[in-house]
Design a protein around this ligand. Structure first.
Ligand code: KG4
Ligand code: ZN
Length: 340
C-alpha cells in the first residue's frame, strides 16, 4: 500500500515542502531566503516573515510536482524543533490547519532525527544501500554537532555533542572573519580547493570523551588574522585560499578524530554523516578514506539532502506514521534540542 506524506520544513531560513510515497521522494521544493544575505547571518524576524510568504506556494508546488492531490495524503509531517521559534511556528501552524482541514494525522518531527533519517530516502537509484542498525551518525549542521547511536529508525541515543559552537557555525564565523558571504561553508569549501591545508596550523581542542569544542579554534583563527593584519593589511586577500583550506582541515580533523573514538568505544563500524556540513567536499572524501582505513561501511547522504530540506521531514514522518506516532493539535514547537 502506498502511504503519501506531505513534509514541511521551516526551522531556519529555508521554506521547504516534500511529498513522499512510502520511502520514495516524489517532490522536494525548497525556497531559500535572499533577505539575509546582507546581514551576515539569519535574521529571525525576517525569516519568519519570509516563511509566511513562501509556505503556501511551496506546498502547492510540491503537491503539483508530485502529482498528488490533497485528498490522497495519508498524513502531514512538520519540523517541530529545534530551530528558530518564529520560523517553526509558521510550519507548525500551517501543518496543524492542514491536518485539521483534511482530517488526516499530524506528525511532529525532530529536525536532527530527520537529518539522520535522510539516509533512508530512496530516489531514482533502486535498492540504494542504507545503514544497518546500530549505526553511528555524525550530525554536523549550522546549529548542532552530535554523534548519535542509531538503534532503529526512531530509537536514537546521543553519545557526543559540542559544548560550545557547532561545526557549521565555525565555518560560518571563519568566513565572516574573512569577509565572505553567509553561509560560509560552501564559500570556504570552494576557496579551499586551491589552497594548502597545511599552510597554517591552529590548536586542536583537548576535550575528553566524545564531546566537541570549536570555540577555541574560532578564537585562535580570529586572533591569528588580527595579528597578521597589523603588519600586512592585505593578509586576508593574499591568503584566502590557504586560510580556507587550513581552517577547513582543522574542523574536519576534529570531527573525524572523535568519530574514530566513537567507533572504537562502541565497536560500531556502520558510520554515517548528516547535516549541512556533510555537503563539504573534503569532509566527504576524508570520511571515505577513513572508512577504508578503519574497515567502516560509510554512508554519505546525497548532496541534495545534506542541507535543510523537507524530504527528510517526510521520510521521518513516514517512519512515525508506520509506528503510529501521531501528534495532537496541542503540540508546541521547541527552540532547543530535546536530547541534551
Ligand atoms: O543542516 P543545515 O542546512 O542547517 C541547520 O540545521 O543548521 O546546515 C547549515 C550549515 C551552515 O553552517 C553552512 O555553512 C554549512 O551547513 N554548510 C557547509 C557546506 N554547505 C553548507 N559547510 C561546509 N562545507 C559545505 N560545502
Ligand atoms: Zn538542519
Amino acid at each position: 500500500m502506498q502511504t503519501y506524506i506531505l513534509g514541511i520544513e521551516s526551522s531556519c531560513d529555508d521554506t521547504s515542502a516534500a511529498v513522499i510515497g512510502n520511502t520514495k521522494i516524489l517532490a522536494n521544493i525548497i525556497a531559500g531566503q535572499e533577505v539575509h544575505k546582507n546581514f551576515g547571518g539569519v535574521v529571525p524576524e525576517l525569516a519568519s516573515r519570509a516563511h509566511l510568504q513562501n509556505i503556501i506556494p511551496v506546498v502547492d508546488s510540491a503537491l503539483k510536482t508530485a502529482g498528488i492531490g490533497k485528498k490522497q495524503l495519508s498524513a502531514v509531517a512538520f519540523t517541530v524543533g529545534p530551530g528558530l521559534l518564529g520560523s517553526l511556528l509558521v510550519g507548525t501552524s500551517f501543518a496543524k490547519s492542514f491536518s485539521l482541514g483534511l482530517g488526516i494525522p499530524l506528525i511532529g518531527v525532530d529536525h536532527l532525527q530527520a537529518h539522520i533519517l535522510a539516509h533512508f530516502i530512496q530516489n531514482n537509484e533502486e535498492n540504494k544501500p542504507v545503514p544497518k542498525f546500530p549505526f553511528l551518525c555524525l550530525t554536523i549542521s549550522g546549529g548542532h554537532t552530535q554523534i548519535v547511536r542509531v538503534d532503529s529508525h526512531l530509537k536514537m541515543k546521543l553519545i557526543g555533542k559540542t559544548i560550545d559552537d557547532a561545526a557549521g557555525e565555525t565555518f560560518d564565523k571563519a568566513a565572516k572573519i574573512m569577509g565572505l558571504p553567509y553561509p560560509g561553508g560552501p564559500a570556504i569549501d570552494e576557496l579551499a580547493k586551491t589552497g594548502n591545508p597545511d599552510r597554517f596550523n591552529f590548536p586542536k581542542p583537548n576535550i575528553s570523551g566524545l564531546d566537541f569544542s570549536f570555540s577555541g579554534l574560532k578564537t585562535s583563527f580570529l586572533y591569528f588574522i588580527r595579528d597578521e593584519l597589523k603588519s600586512n593589511p592585505d593578509f586576508i586577500e593574499q591568503n584566502r585560499n590557504n586560510l580556507s583550506a587550513s581552517i577547513q582541515n582543522s574542523i574536519i580533523k576534529i570531527l573525524l578524530d572523535k568519530l574514530k573514538d566513537a567507533s572504537k568505544i562502541t565497536g560500531i563500524r556502520e558510520i554515517a554523516i548528516a547535516g549541512g556540513v556533510s555537503a563539504n567536499s573534503v569532509m566527504r572524501k576524508r570520511l571515505s578514506e577513513t572508512g577504508l582505513a578503519f574497515g567502516w561501511k560509510v554512508y554519505i547522504p546525497e548532496f541534495q539532502y545534506t542541507t535543510d530540506n523537507a524530504a527528510m521531514i517526510a521520510i521521518a514522518g513516514y517512519f512515525k506514521f508506520l509506528a503510529g506516532e501521531f501528534s495532537g493539535q496541542s503540540i508546541l514547537p521547541y527552540a532547543r534540542s530535546q536530547n541534551n
